[in-house]
Design a protein around this ligand. Structure first.
Ligand code: SAM
Length: 267
């Protein structure tokens, strides 16, 4: 375990909770199992706790860090690795499409800034077709939402956005004491693996609209929400009872409703 004195001053506005537990770092690196031919992107390298061991495996790694004050020390510490590229920028607006169409798919790694985890996840999911997998440290509460099954309290719009394009696996939990400063919550490492046939952007957009309608009144039967957008024939054609609540409808059925939405509205 490194100590607080080894770490830069943490900035709350950038969600900086630096990993200091060497056994947790080793466990994450084991889960990623980077290969020399990999095209890695790390979101928020901080002071390089994950970056150094990832680079030691010989992969190409582009790190996107928003905090200008960390750039000089990262360059000094890691600039000698031939595969290392550091971008000072905002991961929320970073373009994750490969520069060359035939480039290897990306493997994304990050101990994410928790204050922007949901918008960042949605941004990453919009590039799913270019991504091989993602290993992300998140608040446990968000990780549970990503991996939730229907009929669970955690199942909601984020679950459906995620599971319509990825399989989500909860790998392990991490105690607050593994970070400096310690967050107030437990964290979890999640692996997201994009599915072979990622739905089109227009279908994902429609899915977002359908789930917005469905979950606008989470406790009500969907006849009060989706029932105003879809006919009873359309719902019964998918074996969706109008007495269901939104969390009782599967991701596959939400996708089918989004297909109807696209076909009908052309968007
Ligand atoms: N990877 C390091 C570690 O595990 O010790 C730091 C993780 S810390 C939880 C989150 C990192 O993301 C910080 O370095 C922070 O400056 C950076 N960050 C915050 N917001 C960001 C953004 N929008 N784009 C890129 N990096 C960001």
């Amino acid at each position: 375990m490194s100590t607080a004195r080894d770490q830069p001053h943490a900035k709350r506005r950038f969600g900086q909770n630096f990993l200091i537990d060497t056994s947790v770092i080793a466990e994450i690196i084991d889960c990623v199992a980077a290969r020399p031919e990999d095209n890695l992107i790390e979101i928020g390298p901080g002071s390089g706790a994950l970056t150094s061991p990832l680079l030691r495996g010989g992969a190409q790694l582009t790190a996107v860090e928003i905090d200008h004050d960390l750039i000089a020390s990262l360059t000094t510490k890691l600039g000698h690795y031939p595969g290392f590229k550091l971008v000072q920028g905002d991961a929320l607006t970073y373009d994750f499409r490969p520069a060359e169409p035939a480039e290897r798919k990306l493997r994304i790694v990050g101990n994410l800034p928790y204050n922007i985890s949901s918008p960042l996840l949605l941004h990453l999911l919009s590039y799913a077709e270019f991504i091989e997998d993602m290993h992300l440290m998140l608040q446990r509460e968000v990780a549970l939402r990503l991996a939730a099954a229907p009929r669970c309290a955690d199942y909601g719009r984020l679950t459906i956005a995620c599971q319509s394009v990825c399989t989500a696996d909860l790998l392990f939990d991490v105690d607050p004491g593994s970070f400096q400063p310690a967050p107030s919550i437990v964290s979890s490492l999640v692996r997201l693996t994009p599915k072979p046939n990622v739905p089109s952007a227009s279908l994902r957009d429609a899915l977002g609209r359908v789930t917005q309608v469905a979950f606008s009144q989470r406790r009500k039967m969907i006849r009060h929400t989706l029932g105003k957008e879809f006919s009873s024939e359309e719902l019964s054609g998918l074996a969706i009872e109008s007495t269901l609540r939104p969390e009782e409808i599967s991701v596959a059925n939400y996708l089918k409703l989004a297909e109807i939405w696209v076909a009908r509205r052309g968007r």
